[in-house]
Design a protein around this ligand. Structure first.
Ligand SMILES: Nc1nc2c(ncn2[C@@H]2O[C@H](COP(=O)(O)OP(=O)(O)OP(=O)(O)O)[C@@H](O)[C@H]2O)c(=O)[nH]1
Length: 462
């Protein structure tokens, strides 16, 4: 499942305590409550505590001020003492731990592959993360050599075999059955003729594969059939799976965490696409891997959105920067600044849902992006668009619009469970091949997985 191979920067990355922070910075735990039941909290939140107790690396210092403050949660966390809002809390109880991870990190799973910048969707770890065992040698992580930029090529982790991944694949297949059944029935006949190709064309279009991708697939398939001298429709189905996998392959890329501290990930999408849920799932996986995550609730309009994110932060015992009714760009700035000051590994910025046609809101997104860059000249390191797989061709329109506005680096495709429109990924691959980092096939934590072109192609035709 996941594996965020971490190329930890220089060993000791002094948590620049001086980072400026907005005066009214609503930043995290102002009163820095005594290190919450650190030891108890982290594992408690996770499903599989057996190994969870992050022993030496002790990420138990991560707290969720949001939760600590229950109702007044959104209250702009009392801007810390005038002097250095952010530095203050960090310098105190928190600081110690912040420094600790630096030294302890090597022991943590995700840090192990230090030399490995690139990632690779490796064996599943999800529901039962056993990553945090101190000396755990990190089994699945096949550390590639190149310690350089994460070339897209370094990613693909073809056919991981772990049982958990297999179980998840079954869920993916079940989820895509509505899409797949209509395509699969095309191959139940006995002949390969024009009628078969016509039926297939129709089925692909119905699955929202789009005109261009459908035309491409049909031409490619006919070529393959000729080359293979196939005579059996069942064989054509296999060749279609190959053609689909090849078309989808450019989308196969893994998220890289650790090249920057923190890695700033901005998340956007239309209302209800599944942004917050996906951030929650991702946070859990990252936290399970030992990464220190800071959430930024830049959806300042919807109280429920902040609360929802707060719940995820609480569950994963990570910190959150939240401000009621504030400027989303300011919240993002504060979060990135705090993330730098506190030596976080990842800052996830959740933005409010919006339609690409709401131009002023799209401008606001661009502003958030610009302001994040002001807080950290190299950020955002990832700009993700979350799309609802049920929206079919409309998802492609969203990808285009958000990409034009934000220069997307990756996609998260949710709700592929029970959709008849799974073909849209082929359309995206054909027309705007932005990497799909994750796909979601359900509301549960484990229903978020890395994207694998072949697996997806096979599930689509199952
Ligand atoms: N079936 C299914 N439901 C999902 C998936 N991902 C998210 N959801 C559900 O979709 C609904 C909307 O999810 P949110 O995470 O609130 O969406 P959002 O994009 O943050 O919404 P806004 O903040 O309103 O823009 C929730 O009920 C989620 O449980 C998925 O992969 N499958």
């Amino acid at each position: 499942m996941f594996s965020f191979f971490k190329k930890k920067p220089a060993p000791t990355d002094a948590p620049a305590p001086a980072s400026p922070v907005d005066a009214q910075a609503p930043v995290a735990p102002a009163p820095v409550p005594a290190p919450t039941p650190a030891p108890a909290t982290p594992p408690a939140a996770q499903p599989a505590p057996p190994v969870a107790a992050p022993a030496p690396s002790g990420f138990g210092w991560l707290r969720n001020p949001f939760a600590a403050k229950t109702h007044e949660a959104e209250a702009p966390l009392p801007a810390a003492p005038a002097a250095a809002p952010v530095a203050a809390p960090v310098a105190e109880p928190v600081v110690v731990p912040v420094a600790v991870p630096a030294a302890a990190v090597p022991a943590v799973p995700f840090a192990a592959p230090t030399a490995t910048p690139a990632i690779a969707p490796v064996a599943p770890v999800a529901p039962t993360p056993a990553p945090i065992a101190p000396p755990a040698p990190l089994p699945p992580v096949a550390p590639p050599p190149a310690p350089v930029p994460p070339p897209a090529a370094a990613v693909p982790a073809p056919a991981p075999v772990a049982a958990e991944r297999k179980g998840w694949l079954d869920r993916l297949k079940a989820g895509l059955r509505k899409t797949g059944s209509s395509i699969a029935t095309v191959f139940t006949g006995t002949q390969i003729d024009d009628a078969l190709y016509e039926e297939l064309e129709e089925a692909l279009l119905m699955a929202d594969t789009g005109v261009k991708a459908t035309a491409h697939l049909l031409a490619d398939l006919k070529r393959r059939v000729k080359e293979a001298k196939a005579t059996d429709p069942a064989a054509v189905k296999g060749l279609l799976a190959d053609a689909l996998a090849d078309l989808l392959r450019p989308l196969e890329k893994s998220l890289v965490i650790g090249e920057h501290t923190p890695t700033v990930i901005m998340v956007a999408g239309v209302n209800g696409a599944g942004k917050t849920t996906s951030i929650g799932k991702l946070t859990k996986h990252l936290a399970d891997e030992g990464a220190a995550v800071l959430l930024a609730a830049a959806d300042t309009f919807r109280a429920a959105a902040r609360e929802q994110l707060g719940v995820w932060a609480d569950r994963n015992t990570v910190e959150i920067v939240s401000q009621e009714g504030g400027d989303p760009a300011a919240v993002s700035f504060d979060a990135v600044t705090a993330g730098k000051a506190r030596g976080k590994d990842v800052v996830l910025v959740d933005t409010a849902g919006r339609l690409p046609t709401q131009l002023h809101l799209m401008e606001e997104l661009k502003k958030i992006r610009r302001v994040v860059t002001k807080a950290d000249a190299t950020a955002p390191h990832e700009v993700l668009l979350v799309i609802d797989g049920n929206t079919g061709q409309n998802a492609l329109a969203q990808v285009r619009a958000f990409d034009d506005a934000l220069q997307l680096t990756g996609l998260v495709v949710t709700k592929l469970d029970g959709t008849a429109k799974g073909g849209v990924l082929a359309a995206i691959a054909q027309e705007r091949p932005i990497p799909v980092y994750f796909i979601g096939v359900g509301e549960k934590l484990e229903d978020l997985e890395t994207f694998n072109a072949r697996e997806f192609a096979q599930a689509l035709l199952a």
